[in-house]
Design a protein around this ligand. Structure first.
Ligand code: CTP
Length: 398
């Protein structure tokens, strides 16, 4: 459970902070809220009190029933202090160290991780003064969540919208992870299924949802890495802070991997790559004729094996999803594909498989194997990344 302090300032996007508080509370985090006077003109403190089950703080000089000096104690309590939305005014005040109300005073006193989510009219956001102030905050170590572009409440179209609640949630969760052992590391992850076209209408694919690879990307970002996620067709939303490059076929993925593998420190192949593709893609829809039809398939490149043969400094991890002889098959893949680790999982085991949010895996390395219990894909992702760091450090945990 993380302790999250949310500061709400007076912009129309203040109502979206309610969703964020609700999302954090549902995640099991403890949330407290500070509002400026202008924020209270948009949303009633009672709304936040009902969502986070704590009194909302608005006044530096309010009588303190618990005897605490709240603009000091709240900052000391929090793991993360996020201002959502942050107006141009609070950004200017923070950049110059002003402390003339409850929110700015608490921010000045807080030493925890700080997140600023600006939301305002495009011209206010692009004004050199606002940009100068944001640069100061960035330089002071605050994490700025870039606003989204689109229709703004004032009627303009442009940059200045508060991002989706999921992105804000992720920015807060990532800020709560400290230290950042993957800072400075580049992590390349593949996820999801491949699709091999047969004709303009049909393709060969598999049941992969991409959940494992997306969880790996999310966790690698939280641990501080610069993450590139190569994603096959997937219904999942792009993880916050991650560069997502789409692919369709195994050959598309192979091209992306060949282009990027040399710049990566860690490579994780969690994509379910189709082993075969149609020898020819029919230019038009194949019409039905006989009772039986033959489709000639040719083998796709084994991308992980290529990585294993061409790797230099990279730590490489592959996956093995099996329906029988799990450990023997996974160990054979570890050797054949020359990787540091294979994550073996059994499709038929309860809680494991393509579409689930959980997995049951065994981490296999040349000289050891670790059977892990049932856990969420996010927990497994974190375990895999920590194990890869250990491999890089010659077996020492970081
Ligand atoms: N893989 C790959 N390229 C392929 C096939 C698989 O890079 N053409 C990678 C997968 O991303 C995974 C690992 O190799 O990390 C094992 O994939 P899996 O489908 O379990 O095994 P295969 O090597 O395809 O062998 P088999 O189909 O015989 O089980």
């Amino acid at each position: 459970m993380k302790k999250i302090l949310i500061g709400v300032t007076g912009g129309i996007a203040a109502y979206k902070a309610c969703d964020l508080v609700s999302r954090l509370v549902k995640n099991g985090d403890e949330v407290k809220v500070i509002m400026t006077d202008n924020a209270c003109r948009f949303v009633q403190p009672a709304t936040f009190e009902a969502l986070c089950h704590h009194p909302v703080y608005t006044d530096t000089f309010a009588t303190s029933l618990d005897g605490e000096i709240h603009h000091i104690s709240l900052g000391a309590w929090a793991d993360v202090f996020a201002i959502v939305p942050a107006t141009a005014n609070i950004i200017a005040k923070l950049a110059h160290g002003l402390a003339d109300d409850m929110l700015s005073s608490t921010m000045l006193a807080a030493t925890c991780a700080k997140v600023i989510a600006p939301a305002m009219n495009t011209h206010m956001f692009e004004n050199p003064a606002t940009q100068r102030n944001l640069a100061i905050l960035r330089n002071d170590g605050m994490q700025i969540v870039e606003p989204a572009s689109g229709h703004l409440a004032c009627g303009d179209v442009g940059k200045g919208k508060l991002p989706d609640v999921e992105d804000l949630f992720e920015a807060v969760q990532a800020a709560a992870v400290w230290p950042k052992p993957l800072q400075g590391k580049r992590v390349l992850i593949s996820a999801g299924p491949t699709q091999e076209a047969i004709d303009p209408v049909r393709y060969l694919t598999n049941h992969s949802s991409g959940k494992m690879g997306y969880a790996l990307a999310r966790q690698a970002y939280r641990l501080g890495a610069e993450v590139t996620l190569l994603s096959g067709p997937s219904a999942l939303r792009a993880p916050y802070g991650v560069t997502v490059l789409p692919f369709v076929s195994a050959n598309d993925l192979f091209c992306l991997v060949k282009d990027r593998m040399d710049q990566a420190d860690y490579i994780i192949m969690s994509a379910a790559v189709g082993d075969y593709r149609a020898s020819e893609i029919a230019p038009n829809k194949i019409k039905k004729h006989d009772e039986q039809m033959c489709l000639t398939l040719v083998k796709n490149p084994d991308i992980l094996q290529y990585i294993g043969e061409h790797r230099h400094q990279q730590i490489v991890c592959g996956f093995a999803m099996e329906t029988e002889h799990l450990l023997e098959n996974a160990k054979a893949k570890l050797a054949k594909k020359n990787c540091h680790m294979i994550v073996a999982n059994h499709l038929k085991q309860a809680g494991a498989g393509f579409q689930t949010d959980t997995n049951v895996a065994t981490l296999i390395q040349p000289d050891e194997q670790k059977a892990l219990p049932l856990m969420s894909k996010d927990e497994l992702a974190q375990t895999i990344l920590l194990e890869m760091m250990k491999i890089e450090n010659g077996g020492q945990a970081c």
